[in-house]
Design a protein around this ligand. Structure first.
Ligand code: ADP
Length: 369
């Protein structure tokens, strides 16, 4: 078949093992949520037809623009909101059906961290982390034996007696994480937890989330508006728009083969994903005699560092010019995107794209220049 613009080749299937194969610890079953109407106005629809599984031990990131429904989605998990229809199950419990006392119990297994940390200003780091345990009625000695290792885990043992005002943003979020872990939850909800932090601190906090995910087998559901956060930390990603999930899958697969325009636009904000302007401005959808084709080749997994381009050009005696190249790391796995130009005549183009496909990579003809 002759390759045409935006006719991608199939990606290798997602591995059967890994987070997606594990049972869901959080499950949205056909969930809709609207907020009650103000007088004389229609109810505000916030979520519609949400079905989503968060596998145990996974880090799942929900990305969407402001107003897409992210906060509503996360607040349904800890019962701060109740669904209008459908069910939100956490560890087999229908959260929306719980009464106040049962909900308080269920929340002990659901920790949460926030964009603005939500620490109590008049309590030290230690006292903030201790708070949920005091509320749960634990004796002081036990509180101490729980809080100290948590402060150690988040790298704040030496700041235990500092007040929030004496801590940096990253340190405050570390306290927030330790506090969220105090009741030994099975699930951690993160509501834009790095949005108020600079990029370097963001990376440190995301690394800490990965660490607690791995060391405590803690499932993490995070919401964000930044693809860089998803890329750094999430095993799986769900893209939400207008209260609906428009795309969901393993982060790696979604990055390699985004299906929805919203996903593509989030990805284009990352370096290496958008075309250089001098190419983008000249790109045409149809070939013309003597033109060059612009091809995006995605290198994943074991192939990410293979010398594929030199192999293809040697095999076919075709010159491939690199227009843009980036090798990255997504959830610890190598991921490369290379944009090349090749002769745009149909037979050469078909030979190049099928040679790339035979090497197990995906190639997409973006257009012609
Ligand atoms: P996001 O977190 O992605 O910005 P939200 O979940 O906060 O999105 O909001 C989704 C939609 O629901 C928006 O249209 C918002 O205005 C509306 N909404 C959110 N909270 C309330 C509320 N308490 N009352 C009425 N409407 C709300």
């Amino acid at each position: 078949m002759e390759p045409t613009v935006n006719t991608p080749l199939p990606l290798p299937a997602e591995p059967a093992q890994g987070p997606a194969a594990r049972p869901a610890i959080i499950r949205f079953e056909a969930v809709a949520k609207s907020y009650p109407a103000r007088r004389g106005q229609a109810p505000v629809p916030a979520l519609a037809d949400i079905s989503l599984d968060v596998p145990e031990g996974a880090i799942l990131g929900v990305i969407g623009r402001s107003g897409a429904g992210k906060s509503t989605l996360i607040r349904l998990v800890n019962g701060l909101e109740k669904p209008t229809s459908g069910q939100v199950m956490v560890d087999g419990v229908d959260i929306g059906a719980l009464g106040a006392a049962d909900l308080r119990d269920a929340r002990r297994s659901i920790g949460m961290i926030f964009q603005h940390f939500n620490l109590l200003a008049r309590r030290t780091a230690f006292q903030n982390v201790a708070l949920p345990l005091e509320i749960a009625g634990l004796p002081a000695r036990e509180i101490k034996t729980r809080v100290e290792p948590l402060l150690e885990l988040v790298g704040l043992a030496d700041k235990r007696d500092r007040y929030p005002a004496e801590l940096s943003g990253g340190q405050k979020q570390r306290v927030g994480i330790a506090r969220a872990l105090a009741t030994r939850p099975r699930v951690l909800l993160s509501d834009e937890a790095t949005s108020a932090l600079d990029p370097e601190t963001t990376n440190q906090i995301l690394a800490l989330l990965r660490k607690v995910n791995a060391e405590l087998n803690l499932t993490v559901l995070l919401i964000t508006h930044e693809m860089a956060v998803i890329k750094a930390v999430a095993d799986r990603v769900a893209v939400i728009e207008g209260g609906r999930i428009v795309e969901e899958g393993a982060t790696y697969t979604v990055f390699a083969r985004p299906q929805h325009a919203t996903t593509r636009s989030f990805l284009s904000a990352l370096t290496g994903q958008s075309l250089p302007p001098q190419v983008a401005d000249r790109l045409r959808p149809e070939p013309e005699p003597g033109c060059a084709a612009v091809i995006r080749i995605v290198f994943t997994g074991a192939h990410a560092t293979d010398p594929v381009l030199s192999r293809v050009s040697r095999l076919l005696s075709v010159d491939l010019n690199i227009l843009q190249a980036q090798v990255d790391d997504i959830s610890g796995k190598p991921f490369g995107v290379i944009v090349v130009s090749a002769p745009g005549d149909a037979p050469t183009l078909a030979a190049v794209t099928s040679a790339v496909a035979r090497l197990g990579l995906s190639a997409e003809v973006l257009g012609y220049v």
